[in-house]
Write a protein that binds this ligand. Sequence first.
Ligand SMILES: CC(=O)SCCNC(=O)CCNC(=O)[C@H](O)C(C)(C)COP(=O)(O)OP(=O)(O)OC[C@H]1O[C@@H](n2cnc3c(N)ncnc32)[C@H](O)[C@@H]1OP(=O)(O)O
Length: 415
Amino acid sequence: MTVDVADGAARADSTGTRPTIAALTGADQVNTAFGVFLRSMVGLPFRGVDATAVTETGRYLGAFDGDRIVGGADSYTSDLVVPGGARVAHAAVTHVGVLPTHRRRGIVTALIERQLEDFAHRGEVVATLRASEAGIYERFGYGIASTARSLLVDTRRARLRESVVAQGSVRLADADADTELLAAVHRRTNGVGAIERPAGWWRLQELRRAADPTVHYVAVHSRDGVDEGYVIYRPRDTEAWFTSREKAIDVIDFVALTDAARFGLWRHLLDLDLVDVIHVGSAALDDPLPLALTDERAVELGAAHDETWLRLIDVEAALRARRFGDGPGVRIGVEDRRLPANTAVFEITAGAVTRSTRAAEATVDVATLAAAYLGGTTWRRLASAGRVDVHTGDAVNRLDRLFGTGTQPYSGTTF
Ligand SMILES: CC(=O)SCCNC(=O)CCNC(=O)[C@H](O)C(C)(C)COP(=O)(O)OP(=O)(O)OC[C@H]1O[C@@H](n2cnc3c(N)ncnc32)[C@H](O)[C@@H]1OP(=O)(O)O
């Protein structure tokens, strides 16, 4: 299928088989595209949302069938923390959807290809997204770079060890009135995989809370007058709250810049009167909570699920931005058919990344490199799965020494 690509106003042929891709302009187009997204997703709760308040001007792409918007792909300007702590320019991809009447005609392919070109022109180094289904995005060069899982904490068994000393204090706050405070805390998150949360993201959370009849509570941890973390939680099944023997809360957002904040907030949650069970929807794979309890079985670990789908837009810049471990260097070949400027051999050492004219010692596609980039997936596992073309015997060992970080990447932001 051929796809026409145009800037500005919609332009499409009348057959309906060749979508025109264009940056959306004006509130009507943005709201129509957002409606298409909601229709495509089937199960999202929003109604009557003004999409211009939760999107960024100029970043929403639409696919047109004639003058009708039948698909869209949106993104936010953001940054991403990479191993070593640097922040790279990042596009947070969201609101991808095609009307059920127009699926499997190549519309999303045209949208994502255009989006990748746009990101490259903007100088964005990486893009990430959360995938509604795991089968969609690898073909576009996205790989799973971080994994998360849920936690279920039984407060009747959960006691913090004596070695977890209380430091600092916790105060109560208000999710709506104190959004700026919460955003300021989150902006200082520096864990590998963390992303900057755009203004539209915060606005969407406000709308979600407004649409939810259940109150959301906030606690903020601070030490020496500096806020170091916060938690937002809400009760479950409030109809039966008085009589239930399993009173439960959902942790909606948990941000801790320090261990003192992490366990100060957990102390607050575990000390809540009435609450028997705490559900944490998303936590890092290496979240230390179970290790800090006298009874590790007080925490039930949920199944792991993919979190960050990462696309390296500028492979060389991305490799240069992150820190590598010690050890001998390696030459890695990268193949990227959608952004061919990335197809090259890169020589990686602990101190430098350069393009090389010599033969690669291992070759991967750009999605596989993305899976390893934040240190969340070892090269050994990728090679075992047949995803690395190894040309030199010990290349995989060297790659693991260079890319290993000792921690699991984690974002903690759903968008
Ligand atoms: C970041 C986010 O916003 S995640 C949300 C994504 N949106 C949704 O899940 C909403 C519901 N689904 C949809 O709107 C659409 O089906 C989309 C966006 C997933 C796909 O759009 P389409 O225009 O149908 O995709 P398109 O025709 O370009 O298909 C491209 C390829 O992907 C494949 N594909 C498309 N959707 C899926 C899927 N859900 N699972 C597996 N493969 C898929 C197609 O078969 C096709 O493969 P081919 O190139 O080998 O023929």
